[in-house]
Design a protein around this ligand. Sequence first.
Ligand SMILES: NC(=O)c1ccc[n+]([C@@H]2O[C@H](COP(=O)([O-])OP(=O)(O)OC[C@H]3O[C@@H](n4cnc5c(N)ncnc54)[C@H](O)[C@@H]3O)[C@@H](O)[C@H]2O)c1
Length: 410
Amino acid sequence: MEPITAVVLGAGSRGEIYAGYALRHPEELKIVAVAEPRPDRLKQLADAHGIAPENRFSSWEDLLARPKMADAAFICTLDDMHAAPALKALEKGYHILLEKPMSNTEEECRAIEAAARKADRVMAVCHVLRYTPFYRTIKALVDAGEIGEVCAAAQIENVGYWHQAHSFVRGNWRSSRETSPMLLQKSCHDMDILLWLVGKDCRRVSSFGSLRHFSADNAPAGAPERCLDGCPHSETCPYYAPKIYLTGKTDWPVDVLTTDLTESGIRRALEEGPYGRCVYRCDNDVVDRQVVNLEFEGGAVASFVMTAFTADFSRQLKLLGTAGQIQADMGTKEIILHRFGEEVRQIPLLDDGEKSGHGGGDYGLVRDFLTVVREGGESRSSARASLQSHLICFAAERARLSHTVEELRL
Ligand SMILES: NC(=O)c1ccc[n+]([C@@H]2O[C@H](COP(=O)([O-])OP(=O)(O)OC[C@H]3O[C@@H](n4cnc5c(N)ncnc54)[C@H](O)[C@@H]3O)[C@@H](O)[C@H]2O)c1
C-alpha cells in the first residue's frame, strides 16, 4: 500500500501534531511539502520529514500556486487564515484536513461547506472529540438505544486556569477581533458533540457570559507589565509565568513559546514574548466564563458551561434519555450507564490502542481521514456535519451580546 501524501500549511502546534502521524505510521502517510513563514518552525518540521529544499515554502499562497503536489492538504494556519487556503486547495483538487473553526465568519463557513459539497473531495474538519474513545463509547451507547430518546444534556468544559491564561489571555486566541470569540474557538467542539449525541438539528439558542477576571482592575498592587520584571506577587500568583513555563517540561504549552527549549531560550521568550506578560495587563477581550442553552428539533434541550476557573482540564457530561442516563467524565475516563430500573454499570472505553493528544482524538482523526481518502465516503466530521456547530456558535455570540434568544438559520 502506497502512503497518502500530504502538504502542511502552517507548521505551528497543530501542523506538527498531524504531520507527526506520518513519523509514527510512514506506511500510511508521507508529508511532501510544507508552508510556514517562521523560519525556525519551517526548518523543524521540514527536517523531521526529510522535505526537499524546493518543497519548503514561506506561505500557503506560494505552495498552492504550484501544480497539485500531493493527495491532501492539512490546513493548520490560524482561524482567520482557513477559508482562503481551503477554497484554493479544493480548487486544486486536494483532499482537505481543515482545522477548526472552519472560519471566523458565518459566510465563509457556509462557502467552505458549499465548495466542499461541489468539489467531490474529502474534507474533514478537526473536531477531534468525535474520534476520542471517550465520546465514541458514549455515542455507541446512545445509538444502541441504551438510554432511549435523548431528552436533555448538560456538559461542562473545564478550561483550566493556566490554559485560559496561556491561550485566551496571553496567547493566540485572546482577542475576538483578531481571531474568534472564545465559544467558536474553544467550544465549537462542545456544540458539535452535543449535536452528534442528541442527533437532531438545533432550533434555538441563548447565552450569557463575560470577561471579568483577567483585566487591569484586578491586577494586584505593584504588579509590573511582565512577570520577570520583579513582580512582588511571584510566590502567590498562580499565573506567574515561570510557574507555568519554567518547570523543566518542554512539551506543550512550552513548545509554543519558542523552538529554543533550553532554560535560557524559554526565559528569553518570557522576557520578550507575549507569554511573559502579566495576565492582568494583556490586550485580551474574550470571555472567561460562558453558558449556552440549546433547544433541538423534537424538544430535547442542552446546557453548556465553559469556565476558565477550574483546576482540572477536562469535560464532564450528563446525558438524560427516556430510558436511562449516562454520567461521564473525560478526565477520569469514567462512563456510568444507569438504565432505569436496572443495576448501574461502569462502561469500559472503546479502545483503538493508540495514544495521542485530545484523549486520542488527534490521531483518530488523521487515521479516519486517511481511510476515507483511500476508500471513499464521507468523513465523520465533514464540512456538512461540522457547519451546524459553527452556526450555533455565531448565534450564541449574537445572543450573548444582545441578551436575546436566537433562532438558528440552517
Ligand atoms: N482541533 C483542535 O482541537 C485544535 C486545538 C488547538 C488549535 N486548533 C486550531 O488550529 C489552528 C492552528 O493552531 P496552532 O495552535 O497550531 O497555532 P500556531 O500559531 O502554533 O500555528 C499556526 C501557524 O501558521 C503559520 N502561518 C501564518 N501565516 C502563514 C501563511 N501565510 N502560510 C502558512 N503558514 C502561516 C504561523 O506562523 C504558525 O506557525 C487554529 O485555527 C486553532 O484554532 C485546533
